[in-house]
Design a protein around this ligand. Structure first.
Ligand code: CP
Length: 305
């Protein structure tokens, strides 16, 4: 199976701003079509391999349901019961799968693993989250913002919490969609200065209240992500002043939206009730994982682009 013009989606920077805008436009269109009961099966006969080295609900279900709705099929490869988990090199697995499936979707803590996979694969490779980036989540977040408020260009976005994969993807997004990003994170948990320098619309501010002032969108993520299990207690202490709650959102713009990639720890990074607040769009955001991932698959696997 030869794929000319193979493209990968390893970070948001894998695509140009115009390409990302096109994918989001298609996500809106595919959502409308789906909700109207329409069918669109451009991936008939295509197969995805989904390799998840870490737990997942939204990403897995979004990709599996998305491939099915587009007419394709997904094979889920649990590393614990595949040869990858027994030490078969990533490069060999990439070469093998490239002759059998049409796209590989992979979640690993290691960005290097995903990039190595892409280097040795002749089919498109999608980063389904690493400790460095979570680009698929950003597609759903931008789709959700546009759905509720229109263009995100020149809007003010506040990221409160860990300078980890979600924060890093927001930093790249600030350049690609041209919005202002203010990040509040405790010392020791801030994003890498070189990533901030490369994305000058992003800055670290000293406190959550400064970040959310007049913000159009407030975003957070868990204090301990996958890979931080041994640090949970220390992180709870470090992030204690970084909870997003109703009182903090009251300092933002009157029509602010709140997003969380989920799963959330109610009572930690958000108040017990924030997901139920009318300003929260975290559940529609999770539903848009389906539509935006369908748009991504269509972009990578068809000649529509
Ligand atoms: N937000 C997100 O990626 O969710 P899952 O870990 O459930 O896939």
């Amino acid at each position: 199976m030869t794929h000319n013009n193979k493209r990968d989606f390893l970070t948001l920077r894998s695509f140009s701003s115009d390409e990302l805008a096109y994918v989001i436009q298609r996500a809106h269109e595919l959502k409308r079509l789906h909700l109207a009961g329409g069918e669109h099966r451009p991936l008939q006969g295509k197969t995805a391999a989904l390799i998840l080295e870490l737990a997942s609900t939204r990403t897995r279900v979004g990709f599996e349901a998305g491939m099915f709705q587009l007419g394709g099929h997904t094979i889920y490869l649990d590393p614990s019961v595949s040869q990858l988990g027994r030490g078969e090199p990533v490069s060999d697995t990439a070469a093998v799968l490239s002759g059998i499936v049409d796209v590989v979707i992979i979640r690993s803590l290691s960005q290097e693993t995903v990039e190595t996979f892409a280097r040795f694969a002749t089919v498109p490779v999608i980063n389904a989250m690493t400790r460095y980036q979570h680009p698929c989540q950003l597609l759903a977040d931008i789709q959700t913002f546009e759905e509720f408020r229109g263009s995100i260009r020149d809007k003010r976005v506040a990221f409160i919490g860990d300078g980890y994969n979600m924060c890093n993807s927001y930093i790249e997004a600030s350049s690609l969609w041209d919005f202002e990003l203010r990040i509040a994170a405790p010392e020791g948990y801030r994003p890498a200065p070189e990533l901030l320098r490369a994305n000058p619309r992003s800055e670290v501010v000293s406190a959550p209240a400064d970040a959310v002032h007049n913000a159009d969108l407030v975003v957070t993520d868990v204090w301990s992500s996958m890979g931080h299990d041994a640090e949970k207690l220390a992180r709870k202490k470090a992030f204690a002043d970084y909870q997003v709650n109703e009182a903090l959102l009251d300092r933002a713009a009157a029509d602010v939206l709140f997003m969380h990639c989920l799963p959330a720890h109610r009572g930690e990074e958000i108040s017990e009730t924030l997901l139920d607040d009318p300003r929260s769009v975290a559940f529609p955001e999770s539903h848009n994982r389906l539509h935006s991932q369908k748009a991504l698959l269509e972009f990578l696997l068809t000649n529509r682009r």
